[in-house]
Design a protein around this ligand. Structure first.
Ligand code: PLP
Length: 295
């Protein structure tokens, strides 16, 4: 099957007792029109998505991605996805995709067409960018004020902070700001000085002998890669912690990484122009583990 690969999906309700979903999947020519102009995903970014990696034919962390899709749907008051249908859609796609190299498989659930009867869903797979050199060299990062205090998700749930919505314009603007300032990536911090996440990644630091990531309150996404990395570290006898991370602790960290599903683990080499210690050997070990996952 050639890439990109596109599958339109007729979403079935979460409580459906179906076990065969084949008639709800429609393979599309990726170059052909597939969405209607009234789509609220394109008109308003009103939908949610996930991107998982497929490495040598193995889709990574399928269940954590589906769980996060369900969580995002609940936050956004979208019809709750049927996990069995999404599992089947991913398996359907993977069976038709090349079984070599790294692919990015994105799946989307949109509110659908204005006044339309049903949500719209699709899955789209492409070859992943070649991230080998950035995994070796790391990234220069700036911190950017996200403009909200810690605890924002509790006082303003309508901001949908913990949902992976399609509204990524701010996240992309933050990456452009990083480039403008001569850096590669961004770490968002709360207005009162706590580390949040990158625009497309989670933050993990090594501090005081522990691996630490900001507690997944409702204000950030709970990264599937970070969770996987913490399982690996805990199994290796390392201490892992979820807690608030003041930005000064990030600046003083022994090492820091941005981690995400497709780029995997990249070391932060510079923060706001100041060098950050790099543990190249650890970074290589993280990526070897992440690439070696078969589930
Ligand atoms: N935080 C944000 C805002 C993201 O967009 C992403 C991934 O795209 C992540 C964190 C990392 O999540 P994952 O490791 O599941 O890819």
């Amino acid at each position: 099957m050639n890439l990109p690969f596109t599958l339109l999906i007729d979403p079935v309700p979460a409580d459906s007792s179906r076990s065969d979903f084949a008639d709800t999947f429609h393979e599309m020519d990726s170059a052909a029109p597939a969405l209607r102009v009234g789509e609220l995903s394109t008109q308003r970014g009103d939908g949610i998505f996930e991107t998982l990696s497929v490495v040598n034919g193995h889709p990574q962390e399928v269940e954590p991605h589906i769980s996060r899709l369900v969580n995002s749907a609940q936050i956004c008051e979208l019809p709750v996805p049927n996990p069995a249908q999404w599992r089947a859609a991913i398996a359907h796609a993977v069976a038709r995709l090349p079984h070599d190299g790294e692919l990015a498989l994105k799946f989307v659930l949109s509110r659908g067409v204005e006044s339309g009867p049903a949500p719209t869903a699709w899955l789209h797979a492409t070859r992943a960018p070649d991230y080998r050199s950035v995994r070796e060299q790391g990234v220069r990062v700036i911190t950017l004020d996200r403009g909200y205090p810690r605890g924002v998700a509790e006082v303003a749930p309508w901001l949908l902070m913990g949902a992976k919505t399609l509204s990524y314009a701010i996240n992309m603007a933050a990456l452009r700001e990083a480039k403008r300032r001569g850096a590669d990536d961004t770490i968002f911090v709360t207005h009162d000085g706590y580390v949040m996440e990158g625009p497309t990644s989670s933050v993990v630091i090594r501090s005081g002998g522990s691996y630490v990531t900001p507690a997944p309150s409702g204000a950030i996404l709970h990264g599937t890669t970070q969770q996987s990395l913490f399982e690996y570290l805990a199994a290796a006898g390392e201490r892992v912690e979820y807690r608030d991370v003041p930005v000064d602790e990030l600046r003083a960290a022994d090492a820091a990484w941005l981690v995400s599903s497709v780029r995997l683990a990249v070391a932060v080499t510079e923060l706001d122009g100041a060098p950050v210690p790099v543990d190249a050997e650890r970074t290589r070990a993280f990526n070897a583990y992440l690439l070696g996952r078969t589930a």
